[in-house]
Ligand binder design. Structure first.
Ligand code: FES
Length: 171
C-alpha cells in the first residue's frame, strides 16, 4: 500500500523525503529497474481519489510517493525540478477536473505552468513523458490507480533519470 503523508508544507515534505529507498526492495528482489515517482495530489479531489483507491484496494505501485498539496496550483515548477534533483524518475501532478477546482482557477494555472515546464524540460533534453498532469476527482479511485500504473510503466520504459539527478542529494 502506498505511503500517504499528511503534513503542512509540500516543500518541507519534499525536503525531508529520502527518495533513495523507493523501488529498492523490488529492485533487489527482481534486479529490475523500479521507477521512483513523486505524485503531487490536490487535497480536494485527487488525494481523496488516492484514498478511495486505497480503500477499494485498487492495485498501483507502492513506490509512488504521494505529497498532498492544497491545490494543484500550489505546485511550484521548482518542486518538480527539486524532485528530479533528489532522484525521482517521474513526477505526476494530479488535480481536480477543469472547472471543479476548490479554489476556482488553481488548476488552470497548473495547466499553463506545467505546459511551460514540460517544454523547458524538453529543451533541456529531458523526456517530456517524465512529467504528467492529470485530473482525478474524489470518486475516481479506479482511474487514479490506472493512471498511476500507466505512468509507472511509461517511466519504466524511459529508464532512470540520469539527466537531472544531483548525486550530492543522495542520502
Ligand atoms: S483544489 Fe484541486 S486543483 Fe485546485
Amino acid at each position: 500500500m502506498p505511503v500517504i503523508e499528511k503534513t503542512a508544507s509540500p516543500e518541507a515534505m519534499l525536503e525531508k523525503e529520502n527518495l533513495a529507498y523507493l523501488g529498492e526492495a523490488d529492485a533487489k528482489k527482481e534486479s529490475t529497474f523500479t521507477p521512483k515517482i513523486v505524485a503531487f495530489c490536490c487535497n480536494w479531489c485527487s488525494y481523496a481519489g488516492a484514498d478511495l483507491a486505497g480503500n477499494n484496494r485498487a492495485d498501483y505501485p507502492a513506490d509512488i510517493k504521494i505529497i498532498r498539496v492544497p491545490c494543484s496550483g500550489r505546485v511550484n515548477p521548482l518542486f518538480i525540478m527539486r524532485a528530479f534533483e533528489k532522484g525521482a524518475d517521474g513526477v505526476i501532478i494530479c488535480g481536480c477536473h477543469p472547472g471543479d477546482c476548490h479554489y476556482t482557477t488553481g488548476n488552470y494555472y497548473t495547466r499553463r505552468r506545467m505546459a511551460l515546464l514540460i517544454s523547458m524540460l524538453d529543451y533541456l533534453g529531458v523526456d517530456k513523458g517524465r512529467v504528467r498532469v492529470e485530473w482525478v476527482s474524489a470518486s475516481e479511485g479506479a482511474r487514479f490507480a490506472s493512471i498511476m500504473n500507466e505512468f509507472a510503466d511509461t517511466i519504466k520504459n524511459l529508464g532512470r533519470n540520469v539527466r537531472l539527478e544531483d548525486i550530492r542529494c543522495r542520502n
